[in-house]
Design a protein around this ligand. Structure first.
Ligand code: S3P
Length: 438
């Protein structure tokens, strides 16, 4: 373990979150802007790009495949597109670090290239399930080798002619949907994906923005292979998944009054607002507008008395990354919160059900992990030490929990906060959190 990986947070209790802040750019949209920009004809200008390790891993992967990319400089990136067939063989395996989105989307995008390429990642990413992308890609005619059990490294053989498929997703996953659609760009005929529940639709929206037609009928989205992408300008909104920590922090800390500026409000991402509102949070959307093809708003959140709830299962995919934060809200609510239908949380950057249950228990909260969710009894958070297991969202969620704890909360293994939220500690301190890094 490197020295950097040993980074801890110590967060003292008390205080309120106040003022106006802007959280960094949306991670999902940032990844896709580099991918589609690289394959487009012409130069794509990106504003608000997330300069976090995950999206930078995607950026670096395309540089390694011969794409000239200027920046990022204060969120501005220019990708000099090479066209659908202009990528070059990378000299080394592409190291995607902690980023599941990079690996799953790139496996689709690269399956139809004419060169061999290997995708690797860190220990967490190398343990995450990749069969979910390997299966549809092999049905399309791709040749991809993995470790036993379907994990990275993934070895993609170039020169396969892909054929369009009509794929019914076995789980609600935007990453798998996007992987199949990106492979479909290189396939003969039509590629369709049907999802069991709506998942984030940034790939479909951005394809349209780059002039590539997609067709949606209900739960099924299709595209025709063999088209081209035309460069455009991408305005990346602030990431609602990063805003979520502050929505929870300001809801649970008495006296809080916080505005989060220009947050992406894509309806496939706003489950966290629905769930917190069901729990009695005071969340108001202001200045709603459309920016770069995505709805955005300023969000005002003030402290409130939260109540436990039964989380509706249809909201699970729409809040999939926000559950660590939502569990902290549940710990501070009166009564019981029950989550079901969320087994996907077990295969994120960590097993988020178990790791959150362990952390909540360490802070004196009655939290019981179930196979597909959790049951949390609201209570009084105590001082204590929790291990984030290198999971960025677990670390940030427990940092917010300290606002209501009876003593300091120490959080171990926080360096990966930089994968999605560079500057989190500074921004949180500016808003009122008493956080020191060790
Ligand atoms: C993402 C989709 C989600 C999410 C991840 C980003 C994306 O994963 O958890 O952080 O950008 O498509 P799944 O689609 O696998 O649930």
């Amino acid at each position: 373990m490197s020295a950097q990986k040993q980074l801890s947070y110590i967060v003292n209790p008390g205080g309120a979150l106040l003022g106006r802040i802007t959280v960094p750019g949306d991670k999902s949209i940032s990844h896709r802007s580099i991918m589609l920009g690289a394959l487009a004809e012409g130069s794509t200008e990106i504003h608000g790009f997330l300069q976090g390790e995950d999206s930078l891993a995607t950026l670096q992967a395309f540089r390694s495949m011969g794409v000239k990319i200027d920046g990022p400089e204060q969120g501005r990136v220019i990708v000099h597109g090479v066209g659908m067939h202009g990528l070059q063989t990378p000299e080394q395996p592409l190291d995607l670090g902690n980023s599941g989105t990079s690996m799953r989307l790139l496996s689709g995008l690269l399956a139809g290239q004419d060169f061999d390429v290997t995708l690797t990642g860190d220990a967490s990413l190398s343990g995450r399930p990749m069969n979910r992308v390997l299966q549809p890609l092999s049905q399309m005619g791709a040749e991809i080798g993995s470790e036993q059990g379907g994990t990275a490294p993934l070895r993609i053989k170039g020169g396969s002619q892909l054929t369009g498929i009509d794929y019914v997703l076995p789980m609600a996953s935007a990453q798998v949907k996007s992987c199949v659609l990106l492979a479909g760009l290189y396939a003969t005929g039509k590629t369709c994906v049907t999802e069991p529940a709506p998942t984030r639709d940034h790939t479909e929206r951005m394809l349209q923005g780059f002039g590539y037609a997609t067709e949606r009928q209900g739960a099924r989205v299709c595209l025709q292979g063999g088209g081209k992408l035309t460069s455009c300008t991408v305005q990346v909104p602030a990431d609602i998944s990063s805003a979520a920590f502050f929505l929870v922090g300001a809801s649970i800390a008495p006296g809080s009054d916080l505005i989060l500026e220009a947050v992406g409000m894509n309806p496939t991402r706003t489950g966290v607002i629905d769930i917190l509102s069901l729990m009695g949070a005071n969340i108001v959307l202001e200045n709603e507008r459309v920016s770069g093809g995505e709805p955005v708003a300023d969000i005002r959140v003030t402290a409130s008395e939260l109540q436990g709830t039964q989380i509706p299962e249809e909201l699970v995919p729409l809040a999939i990354d926000e559950f660590p934060a939502i569990f902290i809200a549940a710990a501070c609510a009166s009564g019981e919160t029950v989550l079901t239908g969320a087994e996907e949380l077990r295969v994120k950057e960590s097993d988020r059900i178990q790791v959150m249950a362990d952390g909540l228990l360490a802070l004196g909260i009655d939290a019981r992990a179930t196979p597909d969710g959790i049951v949390i009894q609201g209570g009084e958070l105590q001082a204590g030490q929790v291990n984030s297991h290198g999971d960025h969202r677990i670390a940030m969620a427990f940092a917010m929990a300290a606002l209501r704890a009876s003593g300091p909360v120490e959080i171990l293994d926080c360096a990966n906060v930089n994968t999605s939220f560079p500057g989190f500690a500074e921004l949180a301190c500016g808003a009122g959190l008493d956080l020191t890094q060790n």
